[in-house]
Write a protein that binds this ligand. Structure first.
Ligand code: ADP
Ligand code: MG
Length: 825
């Protein structure tokens, strides 16, 4: 094996001892302070402060029980908020940990991949283009190594590195070449550790939806306060005690303001990120969850994303097969493990394996130079000396790239000049092999030191990389979901077309035009924008072509998801609306630029993430509708009672109870609804579409009116029908109104499951969490009504059978009315 590629490294035991002594390779972050911050964050809420003020007020007035209950409710509310937010934080943190880069390190003589925090001083690591440097290290060997140290120096020009130059620093990135390096310091002892105290934590950015909802919340808050002020004023003018009215106003404000809405959105986005993770995609930035649902174009790689990236050489063409195989082995960066298996790029391990099968090895060659592979040039060379001291340069790459550098061909055991006829013959072979969907590599060599077109063409190897089985279904799903699938590949035109047609990207029979990188590079941006309207396959594209293609798609407002793996893909991935990095083959730099990482590199995973994105957006719409209607219902109840000259319908404590019971669990459970079965049968929503699209404002308003109306009706009927002198007809009316208000909301939550179907067509069984949430809320209301312990606190009285019947009937009033009127609202 090439000596440059092989190092023994530390033993696991040695490494563990050093790890024990030096600690993990991380920049410190305090855990405790976060916990406390989250807890006290709950009390920063203005509403909670208003409530606490109300408590003080009650205490002064001697209403001790009221005060105690309010405090209990406030603490309960804050704890609920605390646990949810803390869980959200934990979820996101856990996801972040998974995203933490791994490092390739030699341990016990084997090249293994380890989480970067396990590295220790003295470890020998392998650095490749696109890798984030995991610790400060000293270079042992390197090839064309260049680093981007802008995160340390602010200087964005690549810095060349060699064995004599200064260290490579933790947190910087390799932009070109590769190296083997020895770690000199880890964690806080690194250069980055020294300055990291200076870098402040960046506030997590709110998603566009969260921003819009907080604005909405603020707006509603102000209008609610105005209404509450008005309610209190009317009350006072009507002769109610001013204290009671101020108190009612305050409670109403707390109940009506949707202060829980932004938090519920964050929680459901985080839970969605976790669900997406279970389907093997990692969300880097929370707002990606939101954008995912609007995706209408997916630009995907071929190798590894549509195909399995399990390559095997199935055809070779060339006169001297031994030399052809040897060239493949020498011009190769895969590493042979002690057990004889290979690790590295699948293309290269396949070449190693095919040679090994033919009995060709290279153990006595010594490598002296390398031009690394790059996606734009599509070739690499290695110079190596054999045991007799002869030094040769070996070339492998895309056949056209290789042929362009050859002036000779191996024929009859001799290097003869490469004629047009030879070339034609080779191109026929290339056409035939690529038409079988094979990935082709050409091979050549020349004497070390020779210049120009002096390479001798050796032949071709064709690799088979089968389609992933899930891909066909996923592509089909995209089609029904109104999402364009476009393939961008560095591979040969024919191979691209074959795979595209196998995957169903180009419809059966219809031969779509394939555009190649060289065609694109001479196109104007204007022309490219036209081309992307119909094109589905782009072959032999370079990373910079990818960037132009993304821009062309985005020009008409499309939301473009784009996959990428190499360092050079990072700009295109960054430019895309949804940048998706490959989890397995992707480089750290690309992963960092991406919003989502496909842990299994699979196209189908991206499609299911889109599905989850659509689902979560729908679910957010569901609970926004639910919470706003409920709050409106409460305001309407209180306001109209006063305007109509009725007594105060609900006592402050009763409003607080309803607020706690209905806004919390059922809303979160609505956020966890499973995908609608037809969610991928509709076109994607426009990215600028309002969350209230589809007459939602009307729906919210009418339903709020309905809740208010039926609650008031309950109150009124019992108030008027009560025996005047039994002493608790007002209490009974209040209790019944409380029950109707609560039950109406618990009935309504099922109506929110579907924007079109009403209560009677809802699919009840598909979200057990919602049923459990509703049952819990229902039990709490029930307890408050019948428990001897709670009744006095919440000022409820037992209802008789007729009153209970009335409550149930009127709680169902709206959906029944809606059914009768066949109304869509
Ligand atoms: P893809 O879009 O399929 O990932 P790549 O950009 O990785 O395409 O590869 C494009 C072409 O470059 C391949 O068809 C192959 O001919 C050549 N190639 C790929 N990997 C290597 C390599 N490690 N060394 C030399 N040539 C390669
Ligand atoms: Mg590739």
């Amino acid at each position: 094996m090439n000596s440059v590629n092989y190092f023994k490294g530390l033993t696991t035991k040695q490494a563990e001892e050093i790890l024990e002594k030096d600690g993990a390779n991380v920049l410190a972050e305090s855990e405790k302070s976060k916990l406390i911050a989250v807890f006290f964050g709950q009390f920063k809420d203005v509403m909670v402060l208003i409530l606490l003020a109300a408590t003080g007020f009650s205490l002064i007035m001697g209403e001790i029980w009221d005060a105690v209950t309010i405090i209990i409710i406030v603490v309960f509310n804050a704890s609920l908020g605390f646990f949810q937010e803390y869980r959200t934080e934990k979820t996101l943190e856990a996801l972040k940990k998974i995203a933490a880069p791994a490092a390739k390190v030699f341990r016990d003589g084997k090249l293994v991949s380890l989480p970067a925090d396990r590295l220790v001083k003295g470890d020998i690591i392998k650095l490749e283009a696109g890798a984030k440097i995991p610790a400060d290290c000293r270079i042992l060997t390197q090839t064309a190594l260049e680093c981007d140290e802008s995160m340390l120096t602010g200087e964005s020009v690549g810095v060349s590195k060699n064995t004599s130059s200064a260290l490579c620093y933790m947190g910087t990135a390799v932009t070109r070449g590769h190296a083997v390096a020895e770690i000199t310091s880890t964690g806080a002892a690194t250069e980055m550790g020294r300055i990291s105290g200076l870098l402040s934590d960046i506030e997590p950015e709110k998603t566009p939806l969260q921003k819009r909802l907080s604005e909405l919340g603020r707006l509603m808050g102000i209008s609610c306060l105005a209404v509450c002020f008005f309610v209190s004023l009317v009350g006072v003018l009507r002769g109610f005690a001013p204290f009671d009215m101020v108190f009612t106003g305050i409670s109403l404000a707390v109940a009506a303001i949707p202060e829980g809405l932004p938090a519920t959105v964050t929680i459901s986005l985080a839970l969605a990120a976790r669900r997406i993770y279970k389907q093997k995609a990692l969300i880097n930035k929370l707002h990606a969850v939101e954008t995912l649902g609007c995706t209408n174009v997916i630009c995907t790689d071929k190798t590894g994303t549509l195909t399995q990236n399990k390559m095997t050489v199935v055809e070779v063409w060339g006169e001297n097969e031994r030399l052809l195989y040897l060239c493949g082995v020498l011009c190769n960066n895969a590493v042979r493990q002690p057990d004889g298996s290979f690790v590295g790029d699948p293309t290269e391990t396949a070449l190693m394996e095919s040679a090994a099968k033919a009995g060709v090895f290279s153990d006595n060659h010594v490598r002296s130079a390398e031009t690394p592979f790059d996606n734009a040039a599509r070739f690499m060379t290695v110079t190596a000396r054999d045991s007799s001291g002869i030094s040769q340069e070996y070339l492998k790459g895309a056949p056209d790239a290789v042929l362009g550098m050859c002036g000779f061909i191996m024929k009859g055991g001799k290097a003869l000049p490469l004629t047009e006829k030879n070339k034609k013959e080779i191109y026929t072979v290339v056409e035939n092999m690529t038409a079988k969907a094979l990935r082709l590599l050409g091979f050549a060599y020349r004497r070390d030191g020779e210049q120009g077109k002096s390479f001798v063409f050796l032949g071709l190897q064709g690799l088979l990389d089968p389609l992933r089985p899930e891909v066909k279904g996923a592509v089909k799903k995209c089609k029904t979901a109104g999402i364009k699938v476009v393939m961008l590949t560095g591979d040969h035109k024919n191979t691209a077309v074959q795979i595209a047609s196998q995957a169903g990207i180009t419809a059966g029979g219809q031969t779509a035009k394939v555009y190649t990188g060289s065609e694109i590079s001479v196109m104007s941006d204007l022309r490219l924008r036209e081309v992307v309207k119909t094109a589905r396959v782009f072959a032999r594209v370079s990373p910079s072509d990818k960037l132009r293609i993304v821009r062309a798609f985005k020009f008409d407002g499309s939301v473009v998801a784009m996959t990428g793996d190499g360092v050079n893909d990072a700009p295109a991935v960054k430019e895309a609306s949804i940048g998706a990095a490959m989890g397995i083959t992707g480089t750290d730099v690309t992963k960092e630029a991406a919003q989502i990482v496909l842990l299994d590199d699979n196209f189908a995973t991206l499609v299911s993430a889109v599905e989850q994105g659509r689902t979560i957006y729908n679910n957010i719409r569901k609970f926004v509708r639910y919470m706003l209607s409920c709050n409106l219902g409460e305001i309407i109840t209180m306001l109209f009672a006063l305007l109509l000259g009725m007594p105060v319908v609900l006592l402050p404590i009763q409003i607080l109870l309803i607020n706690l019971v209905t806004d919390g669990l059922p809303a979160i459970a609505l956020g966890m609804e499973p995908p609608d079965p037809d969610i991928m049968k509709k076109p994607p929503r426009k990215s600028n579409e309002s969350i209230f699209a589809g007459r939602m404002i009307t729906k919210i308003f009418l339903r709020g009116l309905g809740i208010g109306f039926f609650t008031l009706l309950t109150f009124y009927i019992i108030l008027k029908g009560g025996v005047p002198d039994n002493g608790f007809s007002l209490s009974a009316a209040r209790t019944a109104a409380l029950a109707t208000l609560g039950l109406s909301q618990l009935v309504f939550v099922f109506e929110c499951k579907d924007s079109e179907k009403g209560l009677f067509n809802a699919r009840f069984g598909n979200n057990p969490k919602l049923i459990v949430a509703v049952l819990i809320s229902f039990s709490i209301i029930l307890c408050v009504m019948i428990s001897v312990l709670l009744s006095p606190i919440f000022k409820t009285v037992p209802l008789d059978i007729n009153q209970i019947g009335l409550v149930f009937a009127l709680s169902m009033g709206y959906p029944i009315l809606k059914g009768v009127l066949k109304s869509r609202f």
